[in-house]
Ligand binder design. Structure first.
Ligand code: PAF
Length: 279
């Protein structure tokens, strides 16, 4: 397995892979890999002949005061995991390979980027859409794999890919959860043991709210009750706890299918997100 940091050897290596393997899967990541990422890699392995994993902590998707500098970086451990998973190539570009001097292009996806994480992290999805479009052009995969854990991100990428005529598959992979239901995330590493225990209130509250909504309860009061429950369980504030159309992400005040509950809340200085289908 090669680790490549510059565009020119990347093109050469991709050319060699393409000579013997007919389908190529891309798993874009920012490293600090956990079982959730490895599930993406396994899904890619099952569906494609070759798998490329990108590791790039993308500065343009972090806002001021967010955790860019503190974001966990552990490339050697990541590479060991990916080697065992039989990944063909790691694309770990230096910042200048992605954003050369004078870089001036921004991809903004309106509609699906509005509100939710787009509301509390202005500019975040522009950074995501721009880097992902660049990765698609650099790797030219047949399929790209993203976790449903970042549900709004997946919706933004699907919209961007349709709008910009990327024709490869965008595959959404279900969220991987810890034994107690907490969605796996690189940010869980920031939680103290007490916060980690309290954090399980997020998936518990979401499951309960999803079931009450699908049983015909009043959406607004269920959402209010869920926020209050999170605050009473140790979360310091709730960025959002909303019911949305699962495809367009339009706000939903009366339950209709397909629907998705999405939430983001702070525990200590850590912001956790989660989402769940309302069937
Ligand atoms: O989900 C992530 O890890 C990142 O947002 C992504 C898709 C790799 C873009 O930097």
């Amino acid at each position: 397995m090669q680790i490549i940091r510059k565009l020119s050897p990347l093109r050469e290596a991709l050319g060699t892979i393409r000579q013997s393997k007919s389908t190529l899967g891309l798993v874009p990541t920012m490293g600090a890999l956990h079982s959730g990422h490895m599930q993406l890699v396994e899904t890619a392995r099952a569906q494609c002949d070759a798998v490329v994993v990108s590791i790039f902590v993308n500065p343009t998707q972090f806002g001021e005061g967010e955790d860019l500098d503190a974001y966990p970086r552990q490339e050697a451990a990541d590479a060991a995991l990916l080697e065992t998973a039989e990944v063909d190539l790691i694309w770990a570009p230096t910042v200048d390979q992605v954003y050369p001097d004078g870089f001036a292009t921004n991809i903004g996806v309106s509609g699906v980027s509005t509100g939710l994480c787009g509301g509390s992290r202005p500019g975040h999805f522009d950074g995501v859409a721009t880097i992902v479009a660049k990765l698609f052009n650099q790797i030219r995969p047949d399929a790209a794999f993203f976790g449903e854990k970042d549900y709004q991100q997946l919706a933004v990428i699907r919209r961007m890919a349709r709008d910009l005529d990327f024709t490869h598959d965008i595959v959404g992979v279900p969220t991987v959860r810890d034994h107690d239901g907490l969605a796996l995330s690189s940010r869980n590493a920031y939680l103290t043991p007490t916060q980690r225990d309290q954090a399980v209130a997020l998936p518990d509250t979401m499951r309960e709210a999803a079931s009450t909504i699908s049983n015909g309860g009043d959406v607004a009061s269920i959402l209010d009750g869920a926020k209050a429950k999170l605050l009473a369980s140790g979360f310091q504030n709730v960025d959002y706890f909303e019911l949305r159309n699962a495809e367009t992400l339009e706000n939903m005040t009366v339950f209709d299918k397909p629907a998705r509950l999405l939430a983001a809340a702070h525990i200590g200085s850590t912001r956790l997100i989660d989402n769940i289908a309302v069937a």
